[in-house]
Each structure stands twice: as C-alpha cells, then as structure tokens.
Design a protein. Structure first.
Length: 328
C-alpha cells in the first residue's frame, strides 16, 4: 500500500486508501497542479510471478484500454483524466466520487430490518442502464466486467456513478488473447459463468447484464445471490427474489431472473432490452423473433401444476365417459 503523502507522477499526492484488492488498490489523492481538486487513483499491480513477455503485453493492453476510457464522457461515469506507470505498477486517475456505495446502503437497510424501495432501486437501475448502454455502444464496445454494489456510488445529489474500471475490457474483433493477470474475474456473486476461466473471449454485453441483474437482486432482497459455479452444480439454489421480498413486483422479478440466466442466449440481448423489461415496456427496435424471456420459477411451477390438473381432469372425464357408456 502507498503511504499518505506519497507523490505519484510528480503530481498526485496520496491522501488515504479507499479500497484494496488482490491486484492493487484505489486511493483518494490531491492533484497538486490543480489546487483543491480531489481524484481517485486506481493502482494495478502485476505480480512478480508473471512472465516478462506477458507483463509487457499487459502493460500495452493497459495503455490501450486507458486511452479508450479517457475518451468516455457520461454523467454516470467518473471521468478518467490521466494514466501512467511507475515501476511495476500502472495507474489510472479519475474523478473522486463523494458519497456512499450501494453495499453500505444495503447493509444499513438489512441492519434496520427493511428492504430498499423498489421505485428507488429502479431509478438507480435506470441510471446504470444509461451508463452501460453508452459504454456498450462505443466503437469498440467497452465492458465494465465488475458491476457490484460496492462499485456503485450514490452522490449527495442523488446521482448514481459506476466506478472502478479495474476489470474493464475493450472488445476488439481481432483480439484472440487476453492477459488474465490484468483482467481478473470480477466478484463471484455477480460474475457470469462465461467470465470464469482463462480468457475473456466469450464475454460480451450480456456479461454486464448478468452482473447488473445480480446487483439488483442484492439491492432488492438484502441477500447476495449464489455464485454461478454454485448455480451450475445446484440449479435450484437461486431463491426467486419475491420469495425473499414479496414487495418486489412480478415484472421486476422476471427481468432480474432473465438477466441472471446461466446461458448468455437466455438473457436480454442488450441493456436497452433489459431496461424495457424492468419498465414493462415493449423492447426497443424490431420484434425479436429469436429471443424471449425465459420463464420464472413460479411460471414453471404453475405450468407443471396446470399440466397435472389438465391430465387429472382428462382422466376423470375419460372415466366418467366410460362409466356412462357402460350403463344400459
């Protein structure tokens, strides 16, 4: 960890650590060239065990992705203003976002025995969808790959900010290999199954949709969902949101479970489609003939019960007809 008072790049004075992970840390810092400006400095540390060739490729990838991030400009994203390297560490400088993260707000609600209001959570979701839709529409598209409550801040003005670009992924059609020591895998409860493993070739916008759905699940139920590996081994371990919080509307539950489908093809194909499901409005664009939301567990159960009831009714009618037919 960098000590308070450390001066980076002859400009950024470290004030305090904000967070720490296995591959680095995030600090609040003072920009000594712009008096009074606070910024967040994201540190990426590659381990000494990394092959030198991979280390060099990872650094080139960092600079390429940082340059893309620096061009992003959206009210629900912190602005990236600088990036540089010192020794074996890479640094990304962005706006410091005041306020509390949503994990703190969930913990506070749970401790007081209450659930967050669905309308409030949907307003936050709408802002997150704005940011993700903007990122996914970049050329090339930009994936966040680590959406979770602790990476989402609520500012004192009530604006949502999606922070920490530590696992960002730039989708490039000619890229065949990703350096996993830089990309990481995200946080288990919010990470889709395709993001596990050695590379990111199979991740796309639907991977962020899974993480957003898992985040909304946590926000509305006060309970983090089981991780994708556990769900793969125990398909019934995901408790439907309304079983934990009956105040959740069926429409929102259906949207969340669709976003959290294990296979990407079963999820909404875009953030815009997911937002339409949350709102209960028609999906954007032409009618989607190849994708339809999968049934919720309640719909599956009702379908089974209805089928059994129809079979029982059919058997009863056949028996009644046989009885009547046999009468003289």
């Amino acid at each position: 960890m960098l000590k308070p008072g450390t001066l980076l790049h002859s400009r950024y004075k470290i004030l305090r650590p904000i967070g720490r992970g296995g591959m680095g840390a995030v600090y609040e810092a003072e920009d000594t060239l712009l008096e009074g400006r606070r910024c967040a400095v994201k540190e990426v540390l590659l381990g000494l065990e990394v092959d030198p060739a991979d280390r060099e490729q990872a650094r080139l990838q960092f600079y390429r992705e940082a340059s893309v991030l620096a061009r992003l400009d959206h009210p629900n994203l912190p602005k990236v203003s600088d990036y540089f390297s010192e020794g074996d560490r890479d640094y990304l400088v962005m706006d410091f976002v005041p306020g509390r993260d949503l994990k703190e707000i969930i913990d506070e609600a749970r401790a007081s025995g209450r659930f967050l209001d669905e309308r409030t959570v949907l307003d936050w979701a709408d802002q997150l969808c704005d940011a993700l839709d903007y990122m996914h529409r970049q050329n090339p598209p930009v994936l966040h790959r680590d959406i979770k409550p602790s990476n989402i801040k609520l500012t004192p003005e009530g604006r949502i900010k999606l922070v920490d670009f530590g696992l960002v992924k730039i989708l490039s059609p000619d890229e065949h290999r990703t350096i996993t020591v830089l990309q990481g895998r995200g946080t288990a409860a919010y990470t889709p199954l395709e993001q596990y493993g050695g590379d990111a070739e199979h991740t796309d916008a639907r991977s962020d949709i899974y993480a957003l759905g898992a985040t909304l699940y946590h926000l509305l139920t006060n309970t983090p969902p089981p991780d994708a590996r556990q769900r793969f081994l125990q398909p019934d371990c995901l408790i439907p949101p309304r079983a934990l919080n009956p105040r959740i509307s069926p429409r929102v539950e259906r949207a969340i479970l669709s976003a959290m489908a294990m296979h990407p093809n079963d999820r909404p194909p875009s953030v815009a489609a997911f937002r339409a499901m949350l709102r209960g409005s028609p999906p954007p664009g032409p009618p989607a003939a190849v994708w339809a939301p999968p049934e919720t567990p309640w719909e599956v159960l009702w379908g089974r019960q209805r089928t059994l009831a129809l079979l029982a009714l059919g058997a009863f009618l056949l028996a009644l007809a046989a009885t009547l037919w046999g009468r003289p």
